[in-house]
Design a protein around this ligand. Structure first.
Ligand SMILES: NC(=O)c1ccc[n+]([C@@H]2O[C@H](COP(=O)([O-])OP(=O)(O)OC[C@H]3O[C@@H](n4cnc5c(N)ncnc54)[C@H](O)[C@@H]3O)[C@@H](O)[C@H]2O)c1
Length: 275
């Protein structure tokens, strides 16, 4: 094979911001993108120590300089300051991945309220989810887009979910569980698809691409066994996604391999939504 083919996937010296970058999928993305040569910048709310450790982990594995900024993506001025700091350090921004969201794992005790029945769902939680999952993406996009327009290039990826195009099948929680995946989560993921298309159209004349990535649930050690079994039965491959399985898709979307793609929705779900 001609080695030039691999250049399509190279992110050498590209600067990539990942919101929610210190989280479960964020760290997997940071890892692969950094391995492909990118300077990865983590935007997250986690403790400063966790942020620094996460950044160090990435740098140690790839040898490429990374950066961590503790920032709340719902705070416009703080996001603008964080973006300024990235430009000051690296001189540009090539990719923004709007990945942060309120997405508690099934079985996590501290997030019980996020699984409440719809008619009783606390409206302040609804508002918070809209704020983080949707408004946060809008704020970050507003902050980086002038830089990308000036550069006449850039990539924005909105992390969706297969729930952008489906409802949740609550039978996976087990009969009588009383658990429901929040309607706000599903509504904000659907809305992100609209945000993707709106910004794709707006930024296309400036050479900036905007796409959406919609994965299905990835298995974690905290998932109860019976949940994994029921969830897997909804997927053509008969299993949940495993760690690292979304890395190739994210590398494709960030790199020149997807150069002619904008306003699109890439669904990677083991066949779940096709069933
Ligand atoms: N894990 C999955 O199986 C799965 C499946 C489909 C879609 N997704 C989507 O992937 C993305 C990442 O999910 P995850 O499972 O890694 O979740 P996660 O909870 O591990 O990571 C989310 C990260 O976002 C951060 N965050 C939350 N609010 C923030 C704010 N206001 N400002 C800055 N950072 C904030 C959190 O601190 C956390 O590190 C989400 O958009 C989620 O909806 C995940």
């Amino acid at each position: 094979m001609n080695p030039d083919i691999f250049q399509l996937f190279s992110l050498k010296d590209r600067v990539v911001i990942i919101t929610g970058g210190a989280g479960f999928l964020g760290m997997q993305y940071a890892d692969v993108l950094s391995m492909a040569g990118a300077h990865v910048v983590l935007f997250d709310l986690k403790d400063e120590m966790v942020m620094q450790e996460s950044m160090q982990k990435i740098t140690n594995a790839s040898g490429v300089e990374a950066m961590a900024v503790r920032v709340d993506i719902t705070q416009k001025e703080a996001v603008e300051a964080a973006v300024d700091a990235v430009v000051k350090k690296f001189g540009k921004i090539d990719v923004l991945i709007n990945n942060a969201a309120m997405n508690p794992a099934v079985g996590s005790k501290d997030a019980e309220a996020l699984f409440a029945p719809y008619e009783k769902y606390p409206i302040d939680l609804w508002r918070k989810e809209v704020e983080v999952n949707l408004t946060g993406a809008e704020i970050c996009t507003q902050a980086v887009s002038p830089i990308m327009m000036n550069q006449k290039r850039g990539v924005i990826i909105n992390q969706g979910s297969e729930l952008a195009v489906t409802a949740y099948d609550h039978r996976v929680y087990g009969e009588g569980s009383g658990k429901y995946k929040s309607a706000a989560y599903i509504a904000t993921k659907s809305a992100l698809l609209g945000l993707t298309r709106a910004w794709a159209e707006y930024l296309a004349p400036h050479g900036v691409r905007v796409n959406m990535f919609c994965p299905v649930g990835m298995q974690t050690p905290t998932h109860p066994e019976d949940f994994v079994k029921r969830y897997s039965s909804l997927i053509m491959f008969g299993r949940m996604a495993q760690g690292g399985e979304y890395n190739g898709a994210m590398l494709f979307l960030c790199s020149d391999a997807s150069l002619f793609m904008t306003g699109a929705n890439l669904i990677m779900d083991g066949g779940k939504t096709a069933w």
